[in-house]
Design a protein. Structure first.
Length: 438
């Protein structure tokens, strides 16, 4: 029943499945993966994980307060014992009550998720953090890692209802993680329709609809595991043709900061230009894309197809090799920081500083991949900061065996810095840059 162990094993399986899908895509000549999109997915995924550690700790703290003080459990009713439904000592046996309780927890978690997910497509404030997941124009298993860490603040608030009915946080967390692992599996184009399962389960076909930009597919199929909620509440649609994935207004950026915050920026711009309290209210709590009438232009009219060409900036091969190497390193560093933060919160200052550096680094390498203005300079700054940060960490951090981690990173950053400075006139082909600040 250890949800952390469950997620660690699940993560290894996820990474393996992504590797297999990439290999099969290549062998079959399917362009389901692009290196630049994959790096963008990894970047948002790392930020999602780092931000998520702090949010999860806070959420579980609040959840337990509600459970202990304001729930059916606090009134003396204990309907959800933390008992394993399967016993393996001597002979195998099933505790049917425990199996029923855990099954109910998973179904309830999915039901709550349906409403949260649906509201993310109906309320602009929620959409602002959910849009990150939909911003990609591809559909593959790696897309499941593309998320906005701030979404968890709103999502966990919905799950406090499980605390109110007396469900321990351990049961909530494992049920929620089972839901998330299942969702990972349905982000693929390799699996067609699954017959009878299409009627009551979220399948890859059903979920591809959810990512479609065509009018008939918009705001459909919100379920996480079971599609029955969509059928019950009239938000179901069959997949009849291949969806055009992404947003009705493409963000056209791989920058994880832009992808995470661009709707918040739009909301703020519209609030500043609003003429009434009603306008402000609707900008925040109205449907996604709502804006005051005096701000609407022809660009706000719905277009189908949403785009005719995928966003695909052409960076030189040398830049892509460099970015891929840096992204791999940052993924490893981010996962180590995430793991350490989960195990040891005694050195939060160091962990917070390193997390900020990782976020800036992901911002920088995505700018580099897109050949944005000043990308070469941000990479010089990034590598210099990396060297300085890990030197400080090496000498002053209390994290055990940090030298095994810091010294190779210092060396790589130093080599990278020299390479950029030596190749500064030929390594970056700036002919593709735009005037965009992001």
């Amino acid at each position: 029943m250890n949800s952390d162990a469950f997620m660690e094993y699940a993560f290894l399986v996820m990474v393996a499945l992504i590797g297999i899908e990439i290999f099969v895509s290549y062998m079959k000549g399917k362009e389901y993966y692009r290196l630049n999109v994959l790096i963008a997915d990894v970047s948002t995924g790392v930020i999602f994980a780092l931000v998520g550690v702090v949010i999860l700790i806070g959420a579980l703290y609040i959840y337990d307060i509600v459970y202990q003080r304001y729930s059916l459990f606090s009134l003396g009713y204990q309907f959800f014992p933390l008992t394993s439904p399967f016993q393996f000592s001597n002979t195998f046996s099933i505790n049917w009550y425990a199996l029923g309780v855990w099954s109910f927890a998973v179904v309830l978690a999915d039901f709550i998720y349906y409403w949260f997910h649906r509201h993310c497509h109906e309320i602009n404030l929620f959409w602002a953090n959910h849009v990150t997941h939909h911003s990609t124009q591809e559909m593959n298993l790696a897309v499941a890692f593309r998320g906005n860490g701030l979404q968890r603040i709103f999502e966990y608030a919905y799950y406090l209802s499980m605390a109110v009915i007396g469900m321990p946080w351990e049961m909530f967390l494992l049920s929620h993680r089972i839901l998330k692992v299942y969702q990972f599996l349905v982000h693929t184009r390799f699996v067609g329709k699954l017959g009878f399962f299409e009627e009551f389960m979220v399948t890859p076909s059903n979920h591809r609809v959810h990512h479609g930009t065509q009018k008939k597919y918009l705001d459909k199929n919100h379920g996480g595991i079971f599609i029955i909620w969509d059928r019950m509440f009239k938000s179901f649609e069959w997949e009849t043709d291949e969806p055009i994935y992404g947003l009705t207004k493409p963000v056209n950026s791989f920058n994880p900061i832009t992808v995470n915050l661009h709707v918040y920026k739009e909301m703020w711009d519209h609030i500043k230009k609003s003429r009434s309290f009603r306008d402000i209210w609707m900008v925040v709590f109205g449907p996604p894309g709502w804006k005051p009438e005096h701000l609407r232009t022809k660009d706000d009219e719905f277009k189908e197809p949403a785009y005719t060409e995928k966003y695909n900036p052409k960076a030189p091969i040398g830049v892509m090799v460099y970015v891929a190497l840096q992204a791999t390193v940052l993924l490893i560093v981010g996962l180590v920081i995430w793991k350490v933060a989960k195990l040891d919160l005694n050195d939060m200052t160091t962990l917070a500083i390193l997390s900020v550096i990782i976020v800036f680094s992901l911002f920088s390498i995505n700018r580099t991949m897109e050949m944005k203005r000043w990308s070469r300079r941000t990479e010089v700054v990034r590598n210099a900061i990396f060297i300085l940060a890990f030197l400080i960490t090496l000498f002053y951090s209390k994290i055990p065996n940090i030298e095994l981690f810091a010294i190779p990173l210092i060396s790589l950053s130093f080599v990278s810095l020299l390479w950029i400075l030596i190749k500064r006139k030929t390594f970056f082909d700036l002919s593709n840059i735009t005037n965009s600040w992001y």
